[in-house]
Design a protein around this ligand. Structure first.
Ligand SMILES: Cc1cc2nc3c(=O)[nH]c(=O)nc-3n(C[C@H](O)[C@H](O)[C@H](O)COP(=O)(O)O)c2cc1C
Length: 259
Protein backbone atom coordinates (compact mmCIF):
# COMPACT_ATOMS: atom_id res chain seq x y z
CA UNK A 1 0.00 0.00 0.00
CA UNK A 2 1.37 3.41 -0.97
CA UNK A 3 1.54 5.81 2.03
CA UNK A 4 3.37 8.45 0.07
CA UNK A 5 0.31 10.34 -1.19
CA UNK A 6 -0.69 13.99 -0.73
CA UNK A 7 -3.98 12.92 0.90
CA UNK A 8 -2.28 10.77 3.56
CA UNK A 9 0.40 13.41 4.21
CA UNK A 10 -2.34 16.00 4.79
CA UNK A 11 -4.30 13.66 7.09
CA UNK A 12 -1.19 13.02 9.22
CA UNK A 13 -0.23 16.74 9.32
CA UNK A 14 -3.76 17.92 10.21
CA UNK A 15 -4.21 15.18 12.84
CA UNK A 16 -0.89 16.12 14.40
CA UNK A 17 -1.89 19.82 14.47
CA UNK A 18 -5.26 18.98 16.07
CA UNK A 19 -3.70 16.75 18.74
CA UNK A 20 -1.00 19.33 19.55
CA UNK A 21 -3.45 22.26 19.73
CA UNK A 22 -5.77 20.21 21.96
CA UNK A 23 -2.84 19.41 24.26
CA UNK A 24 -1.71 23.06 24.39
CA UNK A 25 -5.26 24.35 25.08
CA UNK A 26 -5.75 21.71 27.76
CA UNK A 27 -2.50 22.55 29.53
CA UNK A 28 -3.10 26.32 29.23
CA UNK A 29 -6.52 25.97 30.89
CA UNK A 30 -5.36 23.42 33.46
CA UNK A 31 -2.25 25.42 34.40
CA UNK A 32 -3.93 28.86 34.56
CA UNK A 33 -4.83 28.57 38.24
CA UNK A 34 -1.38 27.26 39.07
CA UNK A 35 0.24 30.16 37.18
CA UNK A 36 -1.93 32.69 39.04
CA UNK A 37 -1.08 31.04 42.36
CA UNK A 38 2.63 31.18 41.52
CA UNK A 39 2.37 34.86 40.56
CA UNK A 40 0.68 35.65 43.88
CA UNK A 41 3.30 33.66 45.77
CA UNK A 42 6.12 35.47 43.97
CA UNK A 43 4.55 38.86 44.74
CA UNK A 44 4.13 37.93 48.40
CA UNK A 45 7.73 36.68 48.54
CA UNK A 46 9.04 39.99 47.15
CA UNK A 47 6.90 42.06 49.56
CA UNK A 48 8.16 40.06 52.54
CA UNK A 49 11.72 40.16 51.26
CA UNK A 50 11.66 43.97 50.78
CA UNK A 51 10.53 44.31 54.40
CA UNK A 52 13.16 41.83 55.66
CA UNK A 53 10.42 39.47 56.82
CA UNK A 54 11.30 36.48 54.68
CA UNK A 55 12.57 33.66 56.85
CA UNK A 56 13.53 30.42 55.21
CA UNK A 57 11.97 27.95 57.64
CA UNK A 58 8.42 29.33 57.27
CA UNK A 59 6.16 29.17 54.25
CA UNK A 60 5.40 32.42 52.43
CA UNK A 61 1.59 32.22 52.67
CA UNK A 62 1.61 31.93 56.45
CA UNK A 63 4.24 34.70 56.79
CA UNK A 64 2.13 36.92 54.55
CA UNK A 65 -0.79 36.67 57.00
CA UNK A 66 1.06 39.23 59.15
CA UNK A 67 0.75 41.79 56.33
CA UNK A 68 -2.25 44.12 56.16
CA UNK A 69 -3.22 45.29 52.67
CA UNK A 70 -4.88 48.69 52.21
CA UNK A 71 -6.09 50.60 49.18
CA UNK A 72 -4.96 54.21 49.25
CA UNK A 73 -6.28 57.18 47.31
CA UNK A 74 -3.08 58.72 45.95
CA UNK A 75 -4.61 62.22 45.61
CA UNK A 76 -5.65 62.53 49.24
CA UNK A 77 -3.37 59.98 50.90
CA UNK A 78 -6.39 58.50 52.67
CA UNK A 79 -7.19 54.81 52.85
CA UNK A 80 -10.24 53.92 50.79
CA UNK A 81 -12.25 50.84 51.67
CA UNK A 82 -14.78 51.39 48.84
CA UNK A 83 -12.49 49.46 46.48
CA UNK A 84 -11.94 45.85 47.45
CA UNK A 85 -8.42 44.48 47.32
CA UNK A 86 -9.59 41.66 45.03
CA UNK A 87 -11.00 44.21 42.54
CA UNK A 88 -7.87 46.33 42.45
CA UNK A 89 -5.65 45.73 39.43
CA UNK A 90 -2.78 48.19 39.00
CA UNK A 91 -2.41 47.80 35.24
CA UNK A 92 -6.10 48.16 34.39
CA UNK A 93 -6.52 51.06 36.84
CA UNK A 94 -3.52 52.86 35.34
CA UNK A 95 -4.86 52.44 31.78
CA UNK A 96 -8.47 53.43 32.49
CA UNK A 97 -9.02 57.24 32.14
CA UNK A 98 -11.69 57.05 34.90
CA UNK A 99 -9.24 55.63 37.45
CA UNK A 100 -6.00 57.34 36.41
CA UNK A 101 -4.53 60.66 35.38
CA UNK A 102 -2.34 61.53 32.44
CA UNK A 103 1.06 62.76 33.61
CA UNK A 104 2.60 65.88 32.13
CA UNK A 105 6.22 65.89 30.92
CA UNK A 106 7.15 67.91 34.04
CA UNK A 107 5.72 65.40 36.46
CA UNK A 108 6.36 62.15 34.59
CA UNK A 109 9.93 61.66 35.82
CA UNK A 110 9.53 57.87 35.97
CA UNK A 111 8.15 57.77 32.39
CA UNK A 112 4.84 56.16 33.30
CA UNK A 113 2.55 58.22 30.99
CA UNK A 114 -0.43 57.64 33.32
CA UNK A 115 -0.74 57.21 37.08
CA UNK A 116 -3.55 55.28 38.73
CA UNK A 117 -5.57 57.19 41.36
CA UNK A 118 -5.44 54.29 43.79
CA UNK A 119 -2.77 51.86 44.90
CA UNK A 120 -2.54 48.87 47.18
CA UNK A 121 0.01 49.27 49.95
CA UNK A 122 1.20 46.82 52.59
CA UNK A 123 1.60 47.35 56.32
CA UNK A 124 3.35 45.22 58.88
CA UNK A 125 2.74 45.70 62.59
CA UNK A 126 4.69 44.54 65.62
CA UNK A 127 1.87 44.04 68.12
CA UNK A 128 0.01 47.34 67.63
CA UNK A 129 2.95 49.36 66.33
CA UNK A 130 3.70 49.98 62.67
CA UNK A 131 6.92 48.18 61.82
CA UNK A 132 7.12 48.54 58.04
CA UNK A 133 5.24 50.07 55.14
CA UNK A 134 5.76 48.44 51.77
CA UNK A 135 5.00 50.54 48.69
CA UNK A 136 4.71 49.31 45.08
CA UNK A 137 6.97 51.39 42.81
CA UNK A 138 7.66 51.32 39.10
CA UNK A 139 9.39 53.32 36.40
CA UNK A 140 11.26 53.06 33.12
CA UNK A 141 14.83 51.81 32.96
CA UNK A 142 16.67 51.37 29.67
CA UNK A 143 14.55 48.66 28.03
CA UNK A 144 11.27 48.72 29.88
CA UNK A 145 9.37 49.26 33.09
CA UNK A 146 11.01 48.10 36.31
CA UNK A 147 8.47 47.08 38.94
CA UNK A 148 9.24 46.58 42.59
CA UNK A 149 8.50 47.19 46.24
CA UNK A 150 10.12 49.71 48.55
CA UNK A 151 9.88 48.98 52.28
CA UNK A 152 10.32 51.79 54.79
CA UNK A 153 10.70 51.65 58.55
CA UNK A 154 8.03 53.14 60.82
CA UNK A 155 9.81 56.53 60.65
CA UNK A 156 8.64 56.54 57.01
CA UNK A 157 12.04 57.61 55.74
CA UNK A 158 14.55 54.81 56.43
CA UNK A 159 14.75 52.09 53.81
CA UNK A 160 14.45 48.46 54.86
CA UNK A 161 14.76 47.12 51.34
CA UNK A 162 14.07 47.63 47.64
CA UNK A 163 13.05 44.54 45.72
CA UNK A 164 12.34 44.44 41.98
CA UNK A 165 10.12 41.64 40.72
CA UNK A 166 9.80 42.56 37.05
CA UNK A 167 12.23 44.30 34.67
CA UNK A 168 13.69 44.05 31.17
CA UNK A 169 17.21 45.35 31.92
CA UNK A 170 20.26 43.52 30.57
CA UNK A 171 21.62 40.73 32.79
CA UNK A 172 25.02 41.78 34.18
CA UNK A 173 24.33 45.50 33.52
CA UNK A 174 20.97 47.02 34.48
CA UNK A 175 19.83 43.53 35.53
CA UNK A 176 22.09 43.94 38.57
CA UNK A 177 19.16 45.72 40.27
CA UNK A 178 18.25 42.25 41.55
CA UNK A 179 21.78 41.34 42.65
CA UNK A 180 21.65 40.55 46.41
CA UNK A 181 24.89 42.53 46.98
CA UNK A 182 23.41 45.68 45.42
CA UNK A 183 20.07 45.18 47.17
CA UNK A 184 21.86 44.92 50.54
CA UNK A 185 23.32 48.43 50.29
CA UNK A 186 19.85 50.04 50.35
CA UNK A 187 19.20 49.04 53.96
CA UNK A 188 19.45 52.03 56.32
CA UNK A 189 19.53 54.66 53.56
CA UNK A 190 17.14 57.57 53.99
CA UNK A 191 14.75 58.85 51.36
CA UNK A 192 13.72 62.29 52.69
CA UNK A 193 15.92 65.22 53.78
CA UNK A 194 15.17 67.03 57.04
CA UNK A 195 13.06 69.47 55.04
CA UNK A 196 10.99 66.64 53.56
CA UNK A 197 12.39 66.63 50.02
CA UNK A 198 12.97 63.32 48.25
CA UNK A 199 16.76 63.08 48.13
CA UNK A 200 17.56 59.40 47.75
CA UNK A 201 19.58 58.77 44.59
CA UNK A 202 21.69 56.18 42.85
CA UNK A 203 24.91 58.03 42.07
CA UNK A 204 27.53 57.34 39.40
CA UNK A 205 30.36 55.38 41.02
CA UNK A 206 30.75 54.52 44.70
CA UNK A 207 29.40 56.43 47.66
CA UNK A 208 32.00 58.30 49.72
CA UNK A 209 31.09 57.12 53.22
CA UNK A 210 32.60 60.27 54.74
CA UNK A 211 30.25 62.49 52.76
CA UNK A 212 27.39 63.98 54.78
CA UNK A 213 24.99 63.00 51.96
CA UNK A 214 26.11 59.35 52.02
CA UNK A 215 22.95 58.25 53.86
CA UNK A 216 20.91 59.47 50.85
CA UNK A 217 23.14 57.83 48.23
CA UNK A 218 23.50 54.36 46.73
CA UNK A 219 26.39 53.10 44.56
CA UNK A 220 25.65 53.23 40.84
CA UNK A 221 25.59 50.09 38.71
CA UNK A 222 28.69 50.14 36.55
CA UNK A 223 27.97 50.29 32.83
CA UNK A 224 24.29 50.85 33.64
CA UNK A 225 23.86 54.54 34.35
CA UNK A 226 20.55 54.65 32.48
CA UNK A 227 19.06 51.93 34.71
CA UNK A 228 20.59 53.57 37.80
CA UNK A 229 18.99 56.90 36.86
CA UNK A 230 15.71 55.08 36.22
CA UNK A 231 15.79 53.76 39.80
CA UNK A 232 16.48 57.27 41.17
CA UNK A 233 13.65 58.68 39.05
CA UNK A 234 11.08 56.07 40.03
CA UNK A 235 11.82 56.58 43.73
CA UNK A 236 11.62 60.37 43.32
CA UNK A 237 8.26 59.98 41.61
CA UNK A 238 6.65 57.51 44.00
CA UNK A 239 7.91 59.19 47.17
CA UNK A 240 6.89 62.61 45.91
CA UNK A 241 3.62 64.51 45.70
CA UNK A 242 2.31 62.53 42.71
CA UNK A 243 3.02 59.24 44.47
CA UNK A 244 2.86 58.36 48.16
CA UNK A 245 3.79 61.85 49.45
CA UNK A 246 0.19 62.61 50.57
CA UNK A 247 -0.13 59.15 52.22
CA UNK A 248 3.13 59.60 54.10
CA UNK A 249 1.98 63.04 55.32
CA UNK A 250 -1.34 61.54 56.44
CA UNK A 251 0.30 58.75 58.39
CA UNK A 252 2.80 61.20 59.95
CA UNK A 253 0.01 63.47 61.10
CA UNK A 254 -1.95 60.43 62.32
CA UNK A 255 -4.94 61.64 60.31
CA UNK A 256 -5.13 58.55 58.16
CA UNK A 257 -8.65 57.22 58.42
CA UNK A 258 -10.73 54.69 56.55
CA UNK A 259 -13.41 56.23 54.35
C1 LIG B 1 23.70 45.29 24.58
C2 LIG B 1 23.73 46.41 25.57
C3 LIG B 1 22.93 46.33 26.71
C4 LIG B 1 22.92 47.36 27.62
N1 LIG B 1 22.11 47.27 28.72
C5 LIG B 1 22.07 48.29 29.58
C6 LIG B 1 21.20 48.24 30.72
O1 LIG B 1 20.49 47.28 30.98
N2 LIG B 1 21.17 49.34 31.52
C7 LIG B 1 21.94 50.46 31.30
O2 LIG B 1 21.84 51.41 32.05
N3 LIG B 1 22.79 50.49 30.27
C8 LIG B 1 22.88 49.44 29.41
N4 LIG B 1 23.72 49.50 28.36
C9 LIG B 1 24.68 50.60 28.28
C10 LIG B 1 24.02 51.91 27.90
O3 LIG B 1 23.85 51.95 26.53
C11 LIG B 1 24.90 53.07 28.37
O4 LIG B 1 26.11 53.00 27.71
C12 LIG B 1 25.17 52.97 29.85
O5 LIG B 1 23.98 53.09 30.55
C13 LIG B 1 26.10 54.07 30.31
O6 LIG B 1 26.50 53.71 31.65
P1 LIG B 1 27.95 54.08 32.21
O7 LIG B 1 28.02 55.57 32.12
O8 LIG B 1 27.94 53.56 33.62
O9 LIG B 1 28.93 53.37 31.34
C14 LIG B 1 23.74 48.48 27.43
C15 LIG B 1 24.55 48.56 26.28
C16 LIG B 1 24.55 47.53 25.36
C17 LIG B 1 25.42 47.65 24.15
Amino acid sequence: MNNDTIRKTLIVAISLCLVCSALISFSAVELRDLQEANKTLDKQTKILSAAGLLVTDKDVSSLFKSIEIKIVNLETGLFDSSISIEDFDESSFSRNPNTSIELTSDTDIALLKRRENFQSIYLHYDNEDLNAIILPVRGYGLWGTMKGYLALESDLKTIIGLEFFDHKETPGLGGEIVNPRWKAIWKGKEVYSDTGDVVISVIKGSVDKGNEKAKYQVDGLSGATITSNGVTNLLSFWLGEMGYGPLIKQIRSMESVDV
